[in-house]
Design a binder for this molecule. Structure first.
Ligand code: 5GP
Ligand code: MN
Length: 348
């Protein structure tokens, strides 16, 4: 692949407008979505570090606390956490010259920061890979076909000619984001471009093996017990419909000392059973509030199910929503949905 091919993803006009906005800004805020995951934090921390290396005043803002499992990411301690200082974070967004939004395209995804962002006079760059952007931007870099925002940040920096300013820490954050959103290159990962980027990041000194252990093979006692219990005692299979359902109640989670992040990936487990094409996980967060997570393989879209029945959305193979009823009521509804949903040409 030639250099011009590799940098051609983002149109030159967008790159040049973004360059002008960044160079003209005295201060820059970077923002990612609430309950930030590895891609949200990785893309934000990578770009923040490069901008700081280039002498910019750049500060990342997260709506709420990054999970303990991602506290190892270089630079995470420099982030402003809006839930700890709400008024200050919103005010900060209104005083900077430029806000760069990463891994979301709808102000609803930043919760308490939405008002501060939408009322800010700052210029706005959005870099994201979710479908149907609604957030207005001076520069919109939206590629839903790309598997992570972190890969888009790499392209962005490459297009700007700033890759030399990416050090091992910022490369590690970028790599963590790409690994998170592809399950360590196990889904959405047939794009050769991913491996070109990966080779650049590893050449910069990223220890990918260590990152794998930290991101995918580090568990707490409570997580191991909850994952085991969910699979052993709370999994229902619907073989005729190619579906699986796992439910965990508030009482069960409390008994097993649940911490945020402990059920991450549980919804994916039933997909390893031949014939199961989609999987649903219900976590009762409050007596009348259930978080719904869905995953699928092949061309069965769980995004539509989440939109239609649970006021949510997401991607074809990974989506979520919520239901403001008891766990029993939610479970009954999900069973009825599974039993009435035809499985369309599933391909594994
Ligand atoms: P998870 O199952 O990991 O919570 O979410 C998977 C994906 O579904 C997320 O990356 C996000 O795109 C989408 N998602 C999860 N929950 C919601 C929700 O409540 N509303 C919308 N619109 N999307 C969601
Ligand atoms: Mn992402």
């Amino acid at each position: 692949m030639t250099a011009s091919e590799s940098t051609s993803l983002i149109p030159t006009a967008s790159i040049e407008k973004a360059r002008m906005l960044i160079e003209g800004a005295r201060s820059v805020a970077l923002v990612c979505h609430m309950t930030p995951d590895g891609d949200a934090l990785g893309s934000m921390l990578c770009l923040q570090k490069v901008l700081m290396t280039r002498g910019k005043r750049a500060r990342g803002v997260v709506p709420d606390m990054p999970p303990a499992s991602l506290q190892f990411l270089p630079g995470v301690n420099s982030l402003m956490v809006a839930s700890s200082n709400e008024g200050y974070a919103a005010k900060f967004l209104s005083t900077v010259d430029l806000v760069i939004c990463l891994d979301f395209n709808d102000a609803k995804r930043i919760d308490r920061l939405a008002g501060g962002l939408l009322s800010s006079p700052a210029k706005r760059i959005v870099i994201d890979h979710h479908l149907n952007p609604v957030l207005k931007a001076d520069v919109l870099i939206s590629f839903p076909e790309k598997s992570s925002t972190s890969a888009l940040v790499f392209h962005f920096l490459e297009g700007l000619g700033w890759l030399d300013d990416m050090d091992v820490d910022s490369a590690t954050c970028c790599c963590a984001g790409m690994m998170t959103d592809t399950g360590n290159f196990s889904y959405n990962s047939n794009d050769p471009d991913l491996y070109r980027i990966l080779s650049v990041l590893v050449a910069k000194g990223v220890d990918k093996d260590a990152l794998y252990r930290k991101l995918f093979n580090t568990n707490s006692e409570s997580r191991i017990r909850i994952m085991g219990f969910g699979q052993y005692a709370r999994m229902e299979l619907f073989p005729d419909h190619g579906a699986a359902l796992i439910t965990l109640s508030r009482d069960e989670l409390n008994e097993l000392h649940y911490r945020p992040g402990d059920t991450e990936g549980l919804v994916n487990v039933p997909l390893s059973i031949p014939g199961i094409h989609y999987s649903i996980f219900l976590r009762q967060n409050e007596p009348d509030y259930v978080k719904v997570s869905m995953r699928s393989v092949g061309d069965f879209s769980v995004k539509e199910l989440c939109e239609k029945y649970f006021g949510g959305g997401g991607h074809m193979n990974a989506a979520g929503g919520e239901y403001r009823k008891s766990l029993d009521a939610t479970r009954s509804r999900v069973r009825a949905i599974i039993e009435s949903t035809p499985l369309i040409t599933p391909k594994k």
